[in-house]
Design a protein around this ligand. Structure first.
Ligand code: NAD
Length: 284
């Protein structure tokens, strides 16, 4: 089966990047969100990120309009999903919201359509049960920022077919990404390893071991990480980090994954990182 038309659901941090890379590589994209403002913001972000790629010589100036014209935005899920070969869901990291989206989108998509979730941590096997096609359901976990990061972690649910996995691997390669296939356990590989590190960095700040700048500098210069863990948490979104840690904590039943109280408090206060202008650092 050839994938040509994509529906990306959710146009936030990840959704706009996913729409961007598919359009950049010639796919026709329907970008859906419940929030019209989020769609407008996504188009502005994509335009700005294309300008960045033009400066770097990755995209030609004359291609920009064509790429943007491949993306149609809508708040009507049926409209966006009715004619596509692949759905990539990138809505808020909440199983309740995702359940509602998958139950609804299953009604609209054609029989052959593959449904993928960009979830950072929620069980792919569980999410598949909200659709009518667990063999054609898979995790397609892009990394942030999507236009820059090479990895796509592909997560096979319990019922995901070999054919679906192969199509999604090939699709990721067509986006000039490197697919890595993993099995479906809490946090998969990426967040099972990353989130405990971020949580530990937040604990170090909470316990007064060092300042945020000191913690990030130790990890940047000492471990050769391009970004310190606290700054990275701001980029990911502190609400997203908290949601992933809760999945790890509940999924393994192990207190080592318990989210740091400081993270919980910052999310309660609405300081979610880059997307709200304030997290561990200020972005205004
Ligand atoms: P975000 O909060 O930036 O964006 C979520 C978007 O979903 C919002 O625009 C919201 O309006 C929209 N939305 C909510 N309910 C909806 C619905 N019913 N229908 C359509 N749209 C709806 O979140 P994000 O950071 O882009 O995360 C999206 C998904 O990607 C999550 O599952 C997250 O775990 C995953 N993810 C995030 C990162 C990251 O670094 N932020 C990295 C990899 C994966």
């Amino acid at each position: 089966m050839e994938i040509r038309r994509i529906c990306v659901i959710g146009s936030g941090t990840m959704g706009n990047g996913i729409a961007h890379v598919f359009a950049q590589h010639g796919y026709e994209v329907y970008l859906v969100d419940i929030n019209q403002e989020a769609l407008e913001k996504a188009l502005k972000t994509i335009s700005k990120n294309l300008d960045r790629q033009i400066k770097k010589g990755i995209v030609k100036q004359e291609e920009k309009e064509t790429i943007l014209n491949r993306i149609q935005t809508t708040t009507d899920l049926q409209q966006g999903a009715k004619n596509v070969d692949l759905v990539v869901e990138a809505v808020t990291e909440s199983i309740k919201i995702k359940e509602q989206v998958f139950r609804e989108v299953s009604k609209y998509v054609p029989e052959h359509t593959i449904i993928a979730s960009n979830t950072s941590s929620i069980s792919i096997t569980k999410l598949a049960t909200f659709t009518d096609r667990s063999e054609r359901f898979i995790g397609m976990h892009f990394m942030n920022p999507v236009p820059v990061m090479k990895l796509v972690e592909i997560i096979r649910g319990y019922d995901t077919s070999d054919e679906t996995t192969q199509i999604i691997e090939e699709t990721a390669k067509k986006l000039n990404k490197v697919p890595v296939v993993v099995n479906d356990y809490p946090g998969f590989v990426s967040n099972r390893v990353l989130m405990p590190m971020i949580n530990e960095a937040i604990y170090a700040l909470y316990e007064g071991v060092a300042t945020k700048e000191a913690i990030d500098t130790v990890m940047k210069l000492g471990m050769n990480h391009p970004m310190g863990p606290l700054q990275l948490a701001d980029f990911i979104g502190l609400d997203v980090c908290l949601a992933i840690l809760q999945v790890l904590y509940e999924g393994f039943g192990d207190p080592k994954y318990a989210p740091c109280p400081l993270l919980v408090k910052m999310v309660e206060a609405g300081h979610l990182g880059v997307k709200t202008g304030k997290g561990f650092y200020n972005y205004n």
